[in-house]
Write a protein that binds this ligand. Structure first.
Ligand SMILES: Cc1cc2nc3c(=O)[nH]c(=O)nc-3n(C[C@H](O)[C@H](O)[C@H](O)COP(=O)(O)O)c2cc1C
Length: 221
């Protein structure tokens, strides 16, 4: 598969088929993604491949806590504390596209909440990848990790698999780290749903827009 095709084809998939993913595929994806560059070849990435009973145990616990109103905090601040333009509008549009695709109105708080909870089940994907790294690592390692994440998603495309990177899956880091047997000293960055796309699901029908080149690039000669 050409890189350009993989880049265009990748999108955040939020409904999956109930079809197992061959572990050999996952190993190929992660091996290939580890070709991603990192400062001084530090390779900060760590990955837990979670499925079956382990996946269920984590998501059950998180959903229970969420429904009980017990909120937690991610290990790091992913989103801006103060939203400003153009990010505020883009975020709003992003949510609107998702809820419109499902026919969920703005006022329908119950259905929005239930849809949000789908995050904690990785939208029904058979596999979740949890990404973490040592917590003393600095901003450069977060950059390196981002390159690794995109590499995972593109390699998955080549294997015929769909993904959804999910910050939501890092909202209860203590539960995830306890279930995965990770000691202190790790920062849980995000999760990623992995599986075969349900191409007929309404939630998978839309594609997100991007700013025009002129809006984010300047040329200097
Ligand atoms: C690190 C990261 C975390 C994200 N977290 C979530 C999430 O928790 N839930 C979700 O539904 N989408 C999540 N997304 C998906 C974004 O909403 C999506 O990438 C964006 O809207 C662009 O759409 P596309 O991925 O389909 O091109 C996340 C994306 C990234 C890169």
């Amino acid at each position: 598969m050409k890189v350009s095709r993989a880049l265009r084809k990748r999108h955040s998939c939020r409904a999956f088929l109930a079809r197992e993913v061959d572990f050999a595929k996952i190993k190929r994806i992660l091996t290939l993604a580890s070709r991603a560059p990192s400062g001084a070849n530090t390779q900060p990435w760590r990955v837990a491949v979670v499925s079956g009973r382990s996946k269920l145990a984590i998501e059950n616990e998180i959903e229970t806590q969420f429904r009980a109103g017990n909120r937690s905090r991610a290990d790091y601040q992913y989103y801006p504390v103060q939203w400003s333009e153009p990010y505020k509008s883009r975020r709003f549009a992003c949510g609107l596209q998702l809820y419109n695709a499902l026919g969920i109105g703005r006022e329908d708080k119950d259905r929005r909440r239930e849809q949000w909870i789908e995050n904690y089940r990785a939208f029904g994907a058979p596999v979740v990848l949890y990404f973490y790294m040592q917590s003393h690592l600095e901003a450069g390692s977060y950059m390196d990790f981002g390159m690794f994440l995109q590499s995972v998603m593109l390699a998955a495309e080549e294997e015929g698999l769909a993904t959804c990177p999910q910050a939501a899956l890092a909202e209860y880091p203590e539960i995830v780290k306890q279930k995965l047997g990770l000691g202190d000293g790790f920062v849980l960055l995000c999760g990623m749903a992995l599986g075969y796309e349900d191409t007929s699901a309404p939630i998978n029908q839309y594609r997100t827009p991007r700013a025009r080149l002129e809006d984010f690039v300047t040329f200097h000669q």
